[in-house]
Write a protein that binds this ligand. Structure first.
Ligand code: ADP
Ligand code: MG
Length: 184
């Protein structure tokens, strides 16, 4: 049974409405102007055109980066009864903010992040929101999700990617920013 997911740890960039079916291992997300996001607030953007743009970006990059390091998306489309979109993706467990310390549950997390950032480099993308809130995993394997802010690499966008290493991923291991810099 799908239950709506709420948390107080949400980022300011909340845009999606998230429903989780733990037994079936599925997440259903709604991208719509009047969604109720994980922090019980309205989405950061409420114009239909912006919602559509974010949704399409999410699908574009999660399809392009499809691999063992990215959460699988099973289905997506337009809503029939109201303006907006939905997607259904895999649920492996909660995001990495729920595992303390992360390295105890995911002992090879640093090596896996190196692989993940090598993949991002290969596809010339900056994901920009590399935070524990946008990573999940199971049996020691991590996977990324939430690609709505991803952009083709540019000098301008580089600072956001660098910043995400220092602000968020460094909390997993303080050496992560220096280890990952060569892939940025
Ligand atoms: N596939 C997933 N597996 C586990 N948790 C998820 C998944 N998708 C979303 N969540 C939870 O919902 C939160 C919000 O989803 P997300 O796609 O990051 O949207 P937004 O950043 O717009 O709020 C995530 O930070 C995470 O806690
Ligand atoms: Mg997110």
């Amino acid at each position: 049974m799908y239950e709506q997911y709420f948390t107080d740890f949400g980022s300011i960039g909340s845009a999606a409405e998230v429903w989780i079916d733990k037994e079936k291992g599925l997440v259903k997300k709604f991208f719509k102007p009047n969604s109720l996001t994980i922090t019980k607030k309205m989405p950061i953007f409420q114009e239909y055109s912006k919602v559509k743009e974010l949704f399409e970006n999410e699908i574009y990059w999660s399809t392009k980066l499809k691999s063992k390091l990215v959460v699988e998306t099973y289905e997506y489309g337009e809503l029939k009864n109201e303006p907006g979109f939905y997607l259904i993706q895999e649920y492996l467990g909660p995001d990495l903010l729920h595992y303390k310390p992360v390295k105890e549950y995911f002992p090879t997390v640093v090596d896996q992040l190196v692989e993940m950032f090598a993949l991002f480099k290969e596809h010339n993308v900056y994901k920009k929101n590399n935070a524990m809130a946008n990573l999940t995993g199971k049996n020691g394997q991590i996977k990324a999700f939430d690609f709505k802010w991803a952009v083709p690499r540019s000098e301008d966008a580089k600072k956001y990617e660098v910043n995400s290493l220092h602000t968020w991923l460094a909390k997993i291991d303080k050496d992560i920013p220096s280890i990952l810099m060569e892939y940025i």
